[in-house]
Structure formats: structure tokens, C-alpha cells
Design a protein around this ligand. Structure first.
Ligand code: SF4
Ligand code: SF4
Ligand code: FES
Length: 273
């Protein structure tokens, strides 16, 4: 079985295995292939999927590889596909599933397998290196920086990103098209670019980079990324669409773009798209 055969049918119920047995059907393997293995354990009250994976590891399969850190939904390490749905294992309650049905856990499909549930997400770190740093303009004559509260509020949600890469995992531009990775940043990084582009003090212009190298034009705003974000960031509506609009304006209405840049440099930034 190769990596693209790791997908179970999407099923999900809300009845909850509070007592009795639960079965985890976990994909075991590496870059050379693998298979699903079933592990049946006693259900325990209040557990999340990651708890049960840990019990599988300690009681049945000491060599099971799984990545995690915080068990609090904040480190972004424990991303996986649970019954075919991309989720954080530490934030998915066992009570979300019906008794008796095996719960299938597979690694994220978009990234190469290292082993079992652990994938190689270094693609994302390579993209991160290409994002220009925050570069504030000159200070006010009194030596301070001033920002309108509405501009700060606008970018606040982008800073909630925990880099779980679930949005990258579901983005069809790269999920089924490995060849696109060379020319595409993906939703997590469009969020990062939006945080920089909309920051009232940042003077870096990334619109050319977004168009030419980061492939924002490939995104056809299907919103799949938004649907899986555990931080409920409005990736498509609040980051990608405004960025697309700015890219279009810079390319087809350069005068409007220039006015925006001058306003920013002179501290007269507004909340326009
Ligand atoms: S909205 Fe764009 S970035 Fe998000 S999943 Fe769809 S194509 Fe990918
Ligand atoms: S934007 Fe949301 S889904 Fe994407 S990496 Fe950040 S937290 Fe995860
Ligand atoms: S272990 Fe940190 S987000 Fe799940």
C-alpha cells in the first residue's frame, strides 16, 4: 500500500465510546509502504484520540511513531487524518465516535511519510525561509510608532496560527500535485503574508513575490483550508481574498497601489483591502 492509499472512507458519529472496547485502526509503515493495524483497548472516560494512541504505544506497539508535544491544541504537532478528516489528535474526543466502529488514523497525506503517523513537514519550513521579515518604517517625530486599533484587530487572528499544517494538508493545489510544491506557498503562508502585508507599520512589499513565486493565483478559494483550521482563522475570506485583490490592484491599477504605499509610509494607513 502506498501513501495515497492511506485514505479511509469519511465517517463520523457523535455517540461516544464511554465504556467497553475501542478499536484504533492505525496506518503503520514508512516511505516504502505499509498497512492498517487494529488495536483494541478498554475505553476510558474523557479521553482524546491522542490518549488512546499513547496507550497503544505503551501497551501494544512500543515502536509506534507519533509526533506530539503539548496535548493542549497549541503546539500543532499531532496533526493526522481521523476517519479521513484532518484534525489534531489531542483535540479530538473519543466521545465523538460511535461505539463499536474502528477509528481510523492515518498520517497527513500531503507530506512524505517518515514512519507511521509522522510525516516530513520540512516543505513548510523551506517556504517559511522565503517570507520577507517584518520591516517597520521610520518612527514618528516623537520617537514612537502609532497604529490604529482597527488595523491591529484586523491582523490579530493571523497570529493565532499554531503551524499544525492541516490547511496545507487539505489544499488540493499540493495534496494531489507534488509538482506544484515548487511554486506554491499554501494557505498557512498566505496567512503569514497577510499578517505582514496588512500590518500598518510594515514597509515590505510582497505582492510581486506572492504572484510570481508563491503561486497565490493557483488558489481557487475553495475554503477547504478554512474548514480544517483548529484556530478558526478565516484563511480564505480574511487573508487570501484580500491578498488576491491587492495583487490584482498592484498589477492592473498601479496608481492605486502607489497611493496605498505612500499613505503607509506617511503613517496614514487605513483598513482598506
Ligand atoms: S482556498 Fe485556496 S489555499 Fe485554501 S484549500 Fe482552497 S485552494 Fe487551497
Ligand atoms: S492557519 Fe490554521 S490550519 Fe493552517 S497551520 Fe495555522 S492553525 Fe493550522
Ligand atoms: S499535541 Fe500539541 S497540538 Fe496536539
Amino acid at each position: 500500500m502506498n501513501q495515497n492509499d492511506r485514505q479511509p472512507a469519511e465517517t463520523q458519529d457523535k455517540n461516544g465510546p464511554a465504556t467497553g472496547k475501542v478499536t484504533l485502526r492505525i496506518w503503520r509503515g514508512d516511505e516504502n509502504g505499509g498497512e492498517f493495524k487494529d488495536y483494541t483497548l478498554d475505553a476510558q472516560e474523557g479521553e482524546v484520540v491522542l490518549d488512546v494512541v499513547h496507550r497503544v504505544q505503551s501497551e501494544h506497539a512500543g515502536d509506534l511513531s507519533v509526533r506530539w508535544n503539548c496535548k493542549a491544541g497549541k503546539c500543532g504537532s499531532c496533526s493526522a487524518e481521523i476517519n479521513g478528516v484532518p484534525k489534531l489528535m489531542c483535540m479530538t474526543r473519543m466521545s465523538d465516535f460511535s461505539s463499536g466502529e474502528p477509528i481510523t488514523i492515518t498520517p497527513m497525506r500531503t507530506f512524505p511519510i517518515i514512519r507511521d503517523l509522522v510525516t516530513d513537514v520540512s516543505f513548510n519550513y523551506e517556504i517559511a525561509k522565503k517570507v520577507p521579515p517584518f520591516t517597520p518604517g521610520p518612527k514618528e517625530p516623537d520617537g514612537t510608532y502609532r497604529m490604529a486599533q482597527r488595523d491591529i484587530d484586523r491582523i490579530q487572528e493571523f497570529h493565532k496560527c499554531i503551524e499544525c499544517f492541516l490547511c496545507q494538508n487539505v489544499c488540493h493545489v499540493i495534496r494531489d500535485h507534488e509538482e506544484n510544491k515548487a511554486n506554491y506557498a499554501g494557505p498557512r503562508f498566505f496567512v503569514r503574508f497577510a499578517a505582514l502585508e496588512m500590518h500598518p507599520l510594515n514597509t515590505n512589499n510582497s505582492l510581486g513575490l506572492l504572484k510570481e513565486e508563491m503561486g497565490i493565483g493557483y488558489c481557487n478559494i475553495t475554503k477547504c483550508c478554512t474548514e480544517v483550521c483548529p484556530e478558526q482563522i478565516h484563511i480564505t475570506d480574511n487573508a487570501i481574498i484580500p491578498l488576491k485583490e491587492r495583487v490584482v490592484t498592484a498589477n492592473y491599477d498601479p496608481l492605486a497601489w502607489l497611493v496605498t504605499k505612500i499613505r503607509r509610509k506617511t503613517g496614514r494607513n487605513t483598513s482598506s483591502t
